[in-house]
Ligand binder design. Structure first.
Ligand SMILES: Nc1nc2c(c(=O)[nH]1)N[C@H]1C(S)=C(S)[C@@H](COP(=O)(O)O)O[C@H]1N2
Ligand SMILES: [Mo]
Length: 382
């Protein structure tokens, strides 16, 4: 119903008498949320750096081999846990949105503005991250650069917020802090129930999704979009050969081309005749699922040596795939020279299936899944 304007103007500003919309509750939830955002930010930076190595390419380590699996698993888990925490935090503080007067001073106006940026960027980061995990891209922009840039905005707004609120946070950090003692004691029981419920909700979404990368919890992985066991040859597939436009016809006359000072090509049979190595390495997808597998193939280092490539060379790997962001991948020498980095021909004891990159794909330690290029056609020392 639309109220006639004069009547609407005469209504009092809404009042909230409900309890627990207080600084102690906001601080208690806020520190969990802050911790989740901090983990998300740091692991997000790691992921960004690995995907855009730039001048740091030479120092990125290829060990520990499970490094990216843990860091990206934490990124997605902390982002997921932040969803119930953010909702609870917003519920706790929303009456302040209706505080009157809307603006009391310049300082107050700036503070409200920074909170608006904080809330908007936090909602954006969690929503865009969740949509990405679900592989649903209903937005008109490219996910990675926007999620990265807004991550900085969110972190900046959060640091500012913590600075502005430092006195209140200090006063309400513990249940027995000076500020908390001034709050009605009868709210303590309710507050404890609320915090327990919020903690349980965050724990529940974590436990029912973490199994996508932390496989001991795989049995409880009910909510994650990808289950680590589901997929051909016991490994999930993000983009199938059909989706990538790689057809059996395109693979029929396949040759591997290795470029360096002494370039050469190899047929699949010639590759199979070279010394084969076996490694156990995970695919750790940026979207949070991860699964270890047994890979067999030729060391990338051996292929490069034969082409006369210098050991410090940056490597470029090109897929048969005609289009798409993951067609071309560059690999710093620390990964290319690692004895565990293979051009793999077999997965878990079988020839690679088309969806896992037949005839040959890259598998390297401590690298994001997006860089484990499938359907490799060419390896170049730059
Ligand atoms: N050529 C090519 N390689 C690719 C991709 C791709 O789309 N094209 N997807 C990457 C992504 S996002 C992941 S997580 C891994 C998944 O490997 P899998 O499908 O064998 O599990 O392959 C990577 N290699
Ligand atoms: Mo991925």
């Amino acid at each position: 119903m639309k109220l006639p304007l004069p009547l609407a103007a005469r209504l009092p500003a809404p009042r909230f008498r409900g309890r627990l919309h207080d600084a102690r509750t906001a601080t208690a939830i806020g520190r969990w949320l802050g911790a989740a955002v901090a983990v998300c930010f740091v692991t997000g930076l790691i992921s960004h750096l690995l995907q855009h190595p730039g001048p740091l390419a030479d120092v990125l380590p290829s060990r520990p081999l499970w490094g990216y699996r843990v860091s990206q698993g934490l990124h997605v888990a902390s982002g997921t846990a932040a969803v119930p925490l953010l909702l609870a935090k917003l519920w706790t503080v929303y009456p302040r949105l209706f505080a009157r007067p809307v603006v009391r001073s310049v300082r107050h106006a700036l503070e409200r503005l920074s909170v608006a940026v904080l809330v908007a960027t936090a909602l954006f980061e969690l929503a865009s991250g969740l949509l990405n995990i679900a592989q649903w891209y209903p937005y008109p922009f490219s996910f990675v650069p926007v999620h990265f840039a807004v991550g900085w905005l969110l972190t900046g707004a959060l640091v500012l917020h913590l600075a502005v609120k430092a006195p209140e946070i200090r006063a309400h950090w513990r249940r027995r802090s000076p500020g908390t003692l001034a709050l009605p004691a009868e709210d303590d029981v309710d507050r404890r129930s609320l915090l327990t419920a919020v903690g349980l909700a965050a724990g529940a979404v974590t436990v029912t999704t973490a199994g996508q990368s932390f496989t001991p919890l795989a049995a409880l992985d009910l909510l994650a979009p990808r289950h680590p066991d589901h997929g051909p040859q016991g490994l999930p597939v993000n983009r199938t050969a059909a989706q990538a436009g790689v057809t059996p016809g395109a693979v029929r006359d396949w040759r591997l081309r290795v470029d360096g000072p002494r370039p050469y090509t190899l047929t699949l049979d010639e590759l199979r005749a070279l010394p084969q190595r076996e490694v156990v390495l995970p695919i750790a997808c940026v979207e949070g699922w991860s699964r270890s597998a047994r890979w067999t193939g030729v060391r990338v280092r051996d292929l490069l040596d034969r082409a006369g490539a210098p050991p410090g060379a940056l490597i470029r790997v090109t897929s048969l795939q005609a289009h798409g962001a993951y067609r071309v991948m560059t690999m710093p020498h620390t990964y290319a020279q690692d004895p565990l980095t293979l051009l793999a021909l077999r997965l878990n004891g079988e020839e690679l299936s088309y969806d896992h990159g037949y005839p040959a794909r890259i598998i390297a330690p401590n690298r994001p899944g997006v860089l484990q290029t499938k359907w490799v056609a060419r390896v170049e020392a730059l």
